[in-house]
Structure formats: C-alpha cells, structure tokens
Ligand binder design. Sequence first.
Ligand SMILES: Nc1ncnc2c1ncn2[C@@H]1O[C@H](COP(=O)(O)OP(=O)(O)OP(=O)(O)O)[C@@H](O)[C@H]1O
Length: 342
Amino acid sequence: MISIKGLSKVFKTKHQQVSAVDDVSLDIQKGEIYGVIGYSGAGKSTFVRLINRLEEPSGGHVSINDQNITDLKSNDLRKERQKIGMIFQHFNLLWSRTVYENVAFPLEIAGVNKTERHEKVIELIELVGLKGREKSYPSQLSGGQKQRVGIARALANDPTVLLCDEATSALDPETTDDILDLLVSINKRLNLTIILITHEMHVIQKICHRVAVMEAGKVVEQGDVLDVFVKPKAHTTKRFVQQLNPLEHQTDELAEFINEADDSEIVKLHFIGGHAKRALITEVVRQFQVEVNILQGSISQTQEGSYGTLYVEMNGEKRVIENTIAYIEASGVEVEVLSHAE
Ligand SMILES: Nc1ncnc2c1ncn2[C@@H]1O[C@H](COP(=O)(O)OP(=O)(O)OP(=O)(O)O)[C@@H](O)[C@H]1O
C-alpha cells in the first residue's frame, strides 16, 4: 500500500550538510501499524514528514495506493494530503477554537457542507471518547484529551493513512497507554494504516505489527515486532530492547553462574506465541532426572502475541541434559546453550 524507495533528505546549511534520511526503502501493508524507532537525531521526524511532503525529499519516491506522492504538483498534493492524517507530539490544535471547531476545521477546508460536517464531527468526537467536551477549549483539556482532539481532527477527511509523529511523547505513561489503545481500536475499526515514529520501545511493543530501527538517517533493522524483540540484530535495536527488559541480555551476572557451574548447563529459552504460556519447566522436571534453577525470566505482550525469555541452569548427567534440551526444542521452544560444564 505504501511503497518507499530510496528516500533521502539532505539539509544544507551554511557550514555543513546533514544527511537526515539516507536511502530509506520500506513497504508498508494496508491496515498495518508500522513503527519507526530511533534515538534523537536519527531522522525519524524528517522521515515521516517526507511521506506527506511536509518536507521535500532530496531523492527517492513515496507511493501511497499506487499514487506517486513525490511527483504531485501542489494542487493534486493538497487533495492527496487529505487522505493522509497526521498527529503531533504537541497536538498542534487551534487554541481559539473549541473541540468541536477544531475537528470541524479540516472539513471546512475540504468544503464539506454544514449538515454533513456536523454529523461527521459528532461521530468523530464520540469515536475518540470526548462526548460532552465539544464546547471546551484546548486549554481546558488534559494532554490525553488534547491528543484525542488531534486524532479526531486527523480522521476528519477519512484518511487511508495516519502518520503519528511522537504522538505520545508528551504524555504520562498511563495516558500514553490510553492513546495507544485508542489507536489500536481505530486501526481495527477503520482498517487504517498507521505509521508512527517514537523513541520508546514500549510504544512499538504495545501496538506495532512491524518495526524499522533508524540510526543516522538509515534503517539498520526492520521486521516483525516479535522477531525483532526476540532476536535483535543491530546494536541499536539491542539497546532499545534492553530498555524494556533491563534483565534481558545481561550476561555479566550470569557469567558468575557459568564459571561456578559443575555438571550443569546454562541455557536461554525463547518462548514465542502460545509457547510463552506453557508450563514447560514443570513438564521437564517431571520427565527427566534434571534439576532446573531459574536464573532470570521475563514475559512481554506484543500485537503479534507474547514472547518470553527464561535463563535456567540445568543440573544432571550430561546425556540427560542433552535429552532434556532436545525435548524442549522438539516442543517448539528455541534453546540457546550459554555454557558447557567442563
Ligand atoms: N530543517 C533542518 N535544517 C537542518 N538540519 C535539520 C533540519 N531538520 C532536521 N535536521 C537535522 O537532521 C537530523 C535528523 O533530525 P530529525 O529531527 O529528523 O531526527 P529525529 O530522529 O526525529 O530526532 P528528534 O526525536 O530529536 O526530533 C538531525 O541531525 C537534525 O539536526
């Protein structure tokens, strides 16, 4: 549905030139929530603004529903932009207009008549959970409520794509979760494609189906959220995953066990999807002559299902441990052996 090929943006200033987005290519499917994560300065904002040409690309193409956005002249671009909604970190509301008037604004610009406009505004205000607040001004709303107005306004012209530029970064964790839940419910109800950029892995974990990790203008890793979480490849991705599970990938503390281990193996188990809910350790202890010490563990929920990691120490005869590991692998749980007892 959205095809991005070789997208680049170079900012030239008097003294230097910055490659903010550098040859980025991505394909985003209809109805998916696609996250782009990166640290400050990675090029995320520039990237998302290139999609609707709030920023003009230095090179490359963006096509939405087979319409090449990059080549459009200003009149056609204006029409095409109505199908691309956008929400912002600081909401960008009109402060002298009420909630109702803010949501009505894009409909006025699109020339929608008063009766239709009214119906649409009421429907949208209800959709985002602001019924009863139609006459409030933005200054009378909480941050979460302001972003709800931003979302209603962005949906006014029935866009096929919603761009979210750090839409929850100014909100507290609880309000962030409420807004993310709202985005998921809108995505499902309207089959709306959502592209969101963030520096928080929690946001990606909670609502995205796929993710791209940006660093210095480039995409350094992309894939299904579950795969990227379970097996992050790039150094930056590993750092983001660790943000969520500080215990994850912390092998220093485990090394102590590894050194002291005698007749034992330290193994890391990756539980994905339904396996994350299985009482595998109980099964193993009942069936094999091994002792299992649980060293560290965590379980997380993503849009694509849950995943968990568990570090355990297995004590027992070498052959029995091998059989145990084979049994665990055969049950669909991935096993990484971290140590071999000498
Ligand atoms: N208008 C501009 N003129 C010159 N350089 C710019 C401009 N906009 C962005 N940049 C530079 O491009 C790079 C990427 O910036 P961008 O804002 O896209 O990153 P980001 O990942 O969104 O970071 P943040 O979350 O801090 O906004 C940075 O080095 C930034 O200084």
